[in-house]
Design a protein around this ligand. Structure first.
Ligand SMILES: Nc1ncnc2c1ncn2[C@@H]1O[C@H](COP(=O)(O)OP(=O)(O)OP(=O)(O)O)[C@@H](O)[C@H]1O
Ligand SMILES: [Mg+2]
Length: 274
C-alpha cells in the first residue's frame, strides 16, 4: 500500500510545488511508482509538466465535484513510474473553485483509497492556505512534508499551520506524522540563512530533513521547460538535492518521532509539534 505524503504549508512560495514535482521525479527514477495529485487551484503541477488547459481530460475538479473516479483523471508523464492528477480549476472559474472548496472533508481520502495500491508514493501538492483543500489533503495523508524557506520569521509563520495539523490529528487522522520539515531555497553564503538554519534545526530537531534544497536556477526553470529539472539538467545541484531527499525518505530515519509530544520554543511564543 502506497504512502500518501502531503506537501503543505499555509505560506506561499516556499517550494511546495517545486518539491512535489522534483521529488516525485526522483522517486520515480529510483523505481518507485509515484503519483502526484495537485489540489491547488493555481494548477502549477500541470504547468510543471507542460500541460495546458486542453491537455487535461479530467482533473481534481471532477474528482472533487463530480465524483469522477480518480483513476480517470490520471495522466502519464514522460518519466516512467510517474503519473499526475492535475488541477484543472482555472483562475476564471470562481464557481468551480467554490464548489471544490465545499467538498466533503474526506473526499480526497476516499478517492485516493481506490488507487493507493497502484503506487509506492502519492504526493499531494497543497495550496498556500488553510482552507478545505488543505484539510482534505491533511485528512487523506499518512505523512507531511513541510517546506520551510530560511527567513527570519520562518518559525513564527509555521505556528498556525502546526496548530491545524494538531487539530486534524486530534479529530480526523490520528496517524498523521511528519516526514519532515524541508529547508528550501538555501543559500549558505548568506550569514542570516546560516543562523536561521541553526535555529530551525535547534527548534525542530530531528524532524528536519538532513537534506537541504539549495537555491538553484534550474529548479526555477521547471515551469519554463515544462518538465522536472532532471529531464533538462541531470547535473544541476537542485536535481542532486531532490535525489538525496528521495533517498533520505526511502532509507533515512525521518518519519519517526513526530508522534512524540515534543515541545519546542521560539522567540515570542511556543512552537509545539505533534
Ligand atoms: N530551490 C529553489 N531554487 C530556486 N528557485 C526556487 C526553488 N524552489 C522554488 N523556487 C521558485 O520559487 C517560486 C516558488 O516556488 P513554488 O512554486 O515551488 O512554491 P509554492 O510553495 O508551491 O508556492 P505557492 O504557495 O504559490 O503554491 C517559484 O518561482 C519556483 O520556481
Ligand atoms: Mg505551489
Amino acid at each position: 500500500m502506497g504512502e500518501i505524503i502531503a506537501v503543505a504549508s499555509q505560506k506561499g512560495g516556499v517550494g511546495k510545488t517545486t518539491t512535489v514535482v522534483n521529488l516525485g521525479a526522483a522517486l520515480a527514477k529510483l523505481g518507485k511508482r509515484t503519483l502526484i495529485v495537485d489540489v491547488d487551484p493555481q494548477g502549477s503541477v500541470a504547468t510543471s509538466f507542460g500541460m495546458g488547459r486542453y491537455d487535461i481530460r479530467a482533473g481534481t475538479l471532477e474528482v472533487f465535484t463530480k465524483d469522477l473516479p480518480i483513476r480517470e483523471a490520471i495522466h502519464k508523464t514522460e518519466i516512467e513510474n510517474l503519473d499526475v492528477v492535475p488541477s484543472n480549476v482555472w483562475s476564471d472559474d470562481a464557481d468551480k473553485r467554490a464548489m471544490m472548496g465545499a467538498a466533503a472533508e474526506s473526499k480526497l481520502r476516499d478517492a485516493l483509497n481506490e488507487v493507493r495500491n497502484d503506487y509506492d508514493f502519492i504526493l499531494i501538492d497543497c495550496p498556500p492556505s488553510l482552507g478545505n483543500l488543505t484539510y482534505n489533503a491533511l485528512i487523506a495523508a499518512d505523512s507531511l512534508i513541510v517546506p520551510v524557506q530560511c527567513e527570519y520569521y520562518a518559525l513564527k509563520a509555521l505556528g498556525r499551520f502546526l496548530k491545524v495539523v494538531r487539530s486534524v490529528k486530534a479529530t480526523h487522522n490520528p496517524n498523521l506524522r511528519y516526514r519532515g520539515f524541508l529547508l528550501t531555497m538555501v543559500d549558505l553564503r548568506n550569514n542570516l540563512t546560516r543562523r536561521v538554519i541553526e535555529k530551525i534545526r535547534y527548534t525542530l530537531k530531528d524532524l528536519v530533513f538532513d537534506t537541504m534544497i539549495p537555491r538553484n536556477v534550474r529548479l526555477a526553470e521547471v515551469p519554463f521547460y515544462g518538465k522536472p529539472a532532471i529531464l533538462f539538467d541531470r547535473s544541476a545541484k537542485g536535481v542532486a538535492a531532490y535525489m538525496r531527499l528521495a533517498k533520505e525518505i526511502l532509507y533515512g530515519s525521518h518519519g519517526v518521532g513526530a508522534d512524540s509530544d515534543e515541545k519546542t520554543h521560539e522567540e515570542g511564543g511556543k512552537v509545539k509539534v505533534a
